[in-house]
Design a protein around this ligand. Structure first.
Ligand code: ATP
Length: 303
């Protein structure tokens, strides 16, 4: 599958700290990719590198087929970028702001602009500085969508939005992405925000990529396992490498199987836990998986 954005072993240092370390991941064409990670994981740095707002210390990011360090107005006119807290010309009204953006983009679509304004119900005569946080994000999003970008880059777009506005935003984005066929990469530290949206997930922690995989395959290969050990079981056995994050409480042992396949699992479980009742095996939600993998500090993406 083609990728609109590809990171190849990208590192970025700020003084002595490493915001990104050898990060490799991709945003497949047509996907809604969630760039997930706790605060300080390197998400914003990665997105800024993609837009040539920050240069990598080493490695290469390719955006729309070009080296990110070489992109200019032609490529930027094909990318939409909205970041939480981004600067907007606050003294302008919504009408003035969109009127100012319009001539900057040859592909600006007036009908789409009108449609989005209707959908987001923004007061045209109000100054941007007098809009609520959610309304500002909506104004920024219209300005980034009306020229029909091929790639939409959203940095923490839902931060500070109330759940109702967030839901409206997500539904709008889903409808648009489905209809227009553009790709989206959006960063978030809160998986719940993107649970419903993302079909591809890139997980970052301390600047390193833990996962780069479709949501479908990620959920298909992970299982939460619970084993009831007999009273006289003795020491915990050595678990296969693909069983991670073991936690025991009393006689119950819980872990994550990161390469689940039913027959292979049953065979391994009988070998590792002889005489125990069959383990309880449950699928994860994306949120539970995110928490488990970040806590475990590792993820076996190669299974
Ligand atoms: N301009 C900068 N100067 C110095 N350090 C920076 C700079 N930009 C980012 N960093 C550091 O790089 C690391 C990654 O920051 P980044 O903003 O990319 O993380 P993030 O995952 O987007 O976090 P958050 O969810 O909190 O926005 C952090 O330790 C941050 O302090």
């Amino acid at each position: 599958m083609n990728s609109l954005l590809e990171f190849h072993q990208v590192s970025r240092r700020f003084g002595r700290s490493n915001a990104l370390k050898d990060a490799s991941f991709r945003v497949p064409a047509g996907s809604i990719t969630a760039l997930l990670g706790p605060n300080g994981a390197g998400k914003s740095t990665a997105l800024k590198i993609a837009l040539n707002l920050v240069r990598p210390s080493s490695g290469e990011a390719r955006v729309l087929g070009a080296d990110s360090r070489k992109i200019g107005p032609a490529e930027l006119a094909r990318i939409g970028y909205v970041a939480e807290g981004m600067e907007l010309p606050d003294w302008m009204t919504v009408d003035q702001f969109l009127g100012w953006c319009r001539p900057l983009y040859p592909k600006w679509d007036g009908d789409l602009e009108r449609e989005l304004r209707k959908q987001f119900a923004l007061p045209g005569d109000r100054k941007l500085k007098h809009l609520s946080r959610g309304q500002r994000m909506k104004a920024a999003l219209i300005s980034a969508l009306a020229y029909r970008p091929e790639l939409l880059v959203l940095d923490e777009p839902f931060s500070g939005l109330d759940p109702l506005v967030r839901d409206e935003f997500i539904t709008g984005l889903l409808e648009l992405a489905g209809g227009e066929g553009f790709s989206v990469v959006l960063s978030s530290h809160d998986i719940e925000e993107v649970d419903r949206l993302a079909d591809h997930v890139v997980m970052l922690n301390h600047g390193k990529v833990l996962l780069d995989e479709s949501t479908e395959s990620l959920l298909a290969r992970h299982r939460r396992v619970e084993v009831l050990l007999p009273e006289n079981f003795g020491d915990l056995p050595l678990l296969p490498d693909t069983w991670i994050a073991p936690q025991s409480s009393g006689r119950v042992l819980r872990f994550a199987d990161t390469a689940h396949e039913t027959a292979r699992f049953q065979e391994a479980a009988e070998r590792v836990f002889p005489g125990c009742p069959p383990p309880d095996v449950q699928p994860y939600s994306l949120r539970e998986l995110f928490v488990t993998l970040v806590r475990a500090g590792k993820a076996d993406a190669g299974a």
